[in-house]
Design a protein around this ligand. Structure first.
Ligand SMILES: Cc1ncc(COP(=O)(O)O)c(C=O)c1O
Length: 413
């Protein structure tokens, strides 16, 4: 077995004087991790963060364009988030879903007030939110016809890696070792004619769509295409589930990505930034879906507990601040333009795609190479497939910080 590598940890060298000099990963020290090897981890350990920077144990700063995979929207060491965490710690942490709590009720009310939804179910992660959405959609669809049970997903989709969601995730490498996958879940091309034929009113319960596919290469679905899908699903009594786990909550410059298409789904799933880094997912739904759900149909021990819900209340207020959304729209448009310029200047980028502060660029060579070369130069980026480099800076990133990242990318490319 190959032992993973980690950097040595030396707290004594952590020093803010190094902050101005983004540096390379520290000397790797071989040691076998007791954590199971589901991830190829980068050879660096972060010990603290500030704004859009993370710092390793030697005090080297890294500009973070990953944000814990679209989680840390407010960056690091945010004063408001810290205050919310401290305040939440003064209250109850957990009571279970056998009892209601004020933070959970208030968070659900805030999500309802800010979206299409009438009701909310809280859970603990993105995949768990999608699993629940599949169940809720099926429960509702069965009230329309006994055979209505199929879930349809799109080419390039990523909806999670649990048993049900894996069948809706279009990555052969993730799927093949675990066959047979959950039946009744199929993937179709992002093509209207093909979907029109696949979306049978008699058998399909739900269509699940990421308005911007994240893991599948940062593909922004055309608003017109989303509107067509909405029209077809509505006319055939098929629930439309929008997975906004990665693209929602301000990432594309509107609180929810569906706003850009002017449509409303029947269900929507959220997670990633919702509770500022604490694990939390949510399923938002219309009254029609919620009315089909009875006690015992679904459950979770931890979902929506008072601690995590109080923190999420703060995060939701911050992420729905019009000034922040305007900032994301403005710097995002500038960033996208600069990426196109980078493509033109370097000749090393085949295509740039994205919206707000969610961008992907198809590079010549592998994305993994750009990820590791950027890391050595003090910039964190991640991949979305073998050839797409994905950029997900904190939503508070300034033009100057984004520009510093672009300069490092130019060097790498
Ligand atoms: C669009 C989308 N859906 C679902 C998930 C799964 O979320 P989690 O990793 O919290 O289970 C992800 C994670 O990357 C995602 O991007």
């Amino acid at each position: 077995m190959t032992a993973p590598t980690m950097t040595s940890v030396n707290q004594a060298t952590t020093d803010s004087a190094h902050e101005a000099q983004p540096g390379s990963a520290g000397q790797p020290v071989s040691m076998e991790s007791p954590i199971v090897g589901t991830y190829k981890r980068a050879p660096v350990e972060f010990v603290r963060g500030s704004g859009v920077q993370l710092f390793d144990a030697e005090g080297r700063g890294y500009l973070d364009f990953v944000s814990g995979i679209a989680v840390n929207a407010l960056g690091y060491d945010d004063a408001g988030l810290k205050a919310a965490l401290h305040a939440a710690a003064e209250g109850l942490v957990h009571t279970s879903n056998l009892y209601s709590t004020s933070p959970g009720e208030r968070l659900a009310a805030a999500l309802v007030a800010k979206s299409f939804a009438d009701k909310v179910f809280f859970c603990n992660s993105g995949a768990e939110a999608n699993e629940g959405a599949f169940k809720f959609a099926r429960r509702w669809a069965r009230t329309k016809g006994d055979a209505k049970h199929e879930i349809v997903a799109l080419r390039g989709a990523f909806h999670g890696r649990l048993f049900g969601t894996l069948a809706a995730t279009d990555r052969p490498a993730y799927r093949l070792p675990f066959r047979p996958l959950t039946p009744g879940v199929s993937i179709f091309e992002r093509d209207l004619a093909e979907l029109d034929a696949a979306l049978s009113e008699d058998t399909v319960a739900a269509l699940i769509v990421e308005p911007v596919q994240g893991e599948g290469g940062v593909r922004v679905l055309d608003p017109g295409f989303l509107r067509e899908l909405r029209a077809v699903t509505t006319s055939r009594n098929i629930a439309m589930i929008l997975d906004e786990i990665q693209c929602g909550l301000g990432r594309t410059g509107t609180l929810f990505a569906y706003e850009r298409a002017g449509i409303e789904p029947d269900l929507m799933t959220l997670a990633k930034p919702l509770a500022g880094g604490l694990p939390m997912g949510a399923i938002l739904m219309t009254r029609a879906i919620a009315d089909a759900i009875k006690p015992g149909d679904h459950g979770t021990t931890f979902g929506g507990g008072p601690f995590v819900a109080s923190v999420a209340l703060h995060v939701l207020e911050r992420l729905s601040d019009p000034a922040l959304l305007k900032h994301v729209t403005e710097v995002g448009a500038w960033f996208g333009h600069e990426l196109q310029e980078l493509a033109r200047r370097t000749g090393r980028i085949r295509q740039v795609r994205g919206a707000g502060l969610m961008w992907g660029m198809d590079v010549m060579g592998t994305a993994a190479h750009v990820v590791s070369e950027s890391l050595t130069r003090g910039l964190l980026v991640c991949s979305a497939g073998d050839y797409t480099v994905r950029l997900l800076p904190p939503l508070v990133a300034t033009r100057e910080e984004l520009g510093r990242g672009l300069a490092i990318l130019e060097e790498v490319l």
